[in-house]
Design a protein. Structure first.
Length: 448
């Protein structure tokens, strides 16, 4: 097992990783920039490491500086959390060359899964269903339009690299295609330095369902699914589970396990799917890291996924068999973003008073506290409040009660929107697809 780990992240995920490291008896060092010098992860870790930069983001994105920090503190490994450098193959490769373990998949896996075209091909070969689409990047306008016409409209143009919904464009009819293609290529080039895009069948009225996987490079197991269809800007704000039947879970679960084993994957991974109105699943991508919503699965299964990810990265075999994984009850997570609940605009600033809920079946993962100043340079996620109950109705009631108990003075948050969603008839009846917020615009103007 590792002796000392550098945590190359910030916010709630950095604190979550520090907790697992402490329980495993591993020393933790958290990097930070100027804005985070008094943050909870830095204060609660064994040590902080300051990387001064004018641009706040650069403290967490300077690969050479972070590798140098890991060497300076004598780290055996680096945990990247999510976001920032968590999916960067160059970062993982440089650490490997220095004899430092990247807590996550091998650089080769990151390169493969970071290329959505290559990932589609690899997963298709492993037996995972994929939507109709191009097997090569599209460049020529006329050839692309011909392929698009065969696939049929509406369709999606997607960036081959990156994530977070950047470089994705829905094209509803042929007349929009060429301009959408140029726009998508430009965004992909600007965001990821890679202008390659591909075409994929658009799955309308879809549910977003993802599977949690853990692998040790040889063998993989899954921990069931999470339902993640309530999104804004292609980013989730409410997640829950379980969602599908036991038969579907066994079917798709066996496929994602086969997909992970086929590429020799090591670490935590999330296989993301769209399910259409006929119940058919279509592979989207693999997120090769811990997910924000890993907490839902931890509540359902009682396992510490973050610790398991650290354990397998140390070279240990999977400590669990598939039969050891038992899903019990229902869990729902609300992402407490510091945003206006109606305009969804970020709301950075100082939190003058903060009280988080508690009680049986309630979990809060947060780096926020009274007096904390939410920086405007970073993601607006402030906390995650997760409820667990024996059934979905009980989890909804418990989460609503927890949200009502929460006090946040000084910044806006999505809590009013979350509570409106929890009371919405379609939500209660599980009539939810990825366009939920667009089709429930009244929730964004204070309605219910």
């Amino acid at each position: 097992m590792f002796r000392r780990v550098l945590v190359a992240n910030r916010g709630e995920i950095a604190l979550r990783v520090v907790r697992s490291l402490r329980e495993l008896g591993i020393e933790s060092v958290v990097i930070h920039g100027r804005e985070d010098r008094m943050s909870l992860p830095v204060r609660l870790a064994d040590e902080g490491f300051y990387i001064p930069r004018e641009d706040p983001l650069a403290s967490y994105l300077d690969i050479e500086a972070i590798v140098s920090a890991a060497k300076e503190i004598g780290a055996d490994a680096v945990h990247p959390g999510y976001g920032f450098l968590s999916e960067n193959a160059t970062f993982a490769q440089l650490l490997s060359e220095e004899g430092i373990t990247f807590i996550g998949p091998a650089p080769e896996s990151l390169r493969l899964l970071g290329d959505k075209i290559a990932a589609r091909e690899a997963m298709s070969k492993a037996g995972i269903p994929v939507a109709k689409g191009t097997e090569e990047p599209i460049t020529d306008n006329e050839e692309a339009l011909e392929i698009a016409s065969k696939i049929g409209f509406p369709l999606m143009i997607k960036a081959a690299s990156g994530g977070g919904g950047i470089g994705m464009q829905i094209v509803h009819e042929e007349s929009e295609f060429k301009s959408a293609l140029r726009l998508c290529q430009g965004r992909a080039k600007s965001a990821f330095g890679d202008s390659r895009v591909f075409i994929e069948e658009y799955v309308d009225s879809a549910e977003h369902i993802e599977f949690q996987v853990l692998a040790d490079g040889k063998r993989a197991i899954h921990f069931g699914e999470r339902f993640c269809s309530i999104q804004r800007r292609h980013q989730k704000i409410i997640e829950e589970g379980p969602w599908i039947s036991e038969e579907e879970r066994q079917d798709i679960g066996s496929k994602v396990v086969a997909g992970a084993e086929a590429i020799g994957y090591r670490g935590l991974a999330t296989f993301e799917f769209l399910r259409n109105s006929n119940g058919q699943f279509y592979f989207m991508e693999v997120n090769p890291r811990v997910q924000v919503e890993h907490t839902v699965t931890e509540m359902l299964t009682g396992v510490d996924l973050v610790s398991l990810g650290i354990i397998v990265s140390s070279g240990a075999d999977l400590p669990l068999e598939q039969n050891d994984v038992q899903i019990q009850g229902h869990a729902i997570q609300a992402r407490i973003n510091a945003e206006n609940p109606f305009t969804l605009e970020p709301s950075p600033g100082k939190i003058w008073e903060c009280h988080w809920p508690g009680g049986p079946g309630i979990r809060v993962d947060t780096h926020g506290f009274s007096g904390y100043k939410m920086p405007e340079a970073f993601d607006s996620l402030l906390a995650k409040i997760i409820s667990w109950a024996p059934d979905r109705d009980g989890a909804i009631a418990k989460l609503d009660s927890a949200l009502e108990e929460t006090i946040l003075l000084g910044v806006d948050s999505l809590i009013p929107l979350h509570r409106a969603i929890l009371m919405d008839e379609d939500f209660l009846e599980r009539k939810i697809t990825t366009d939920y917020l667009e089709t429930h615009a009244d929730l964004l103007i204070g309605g219910g």
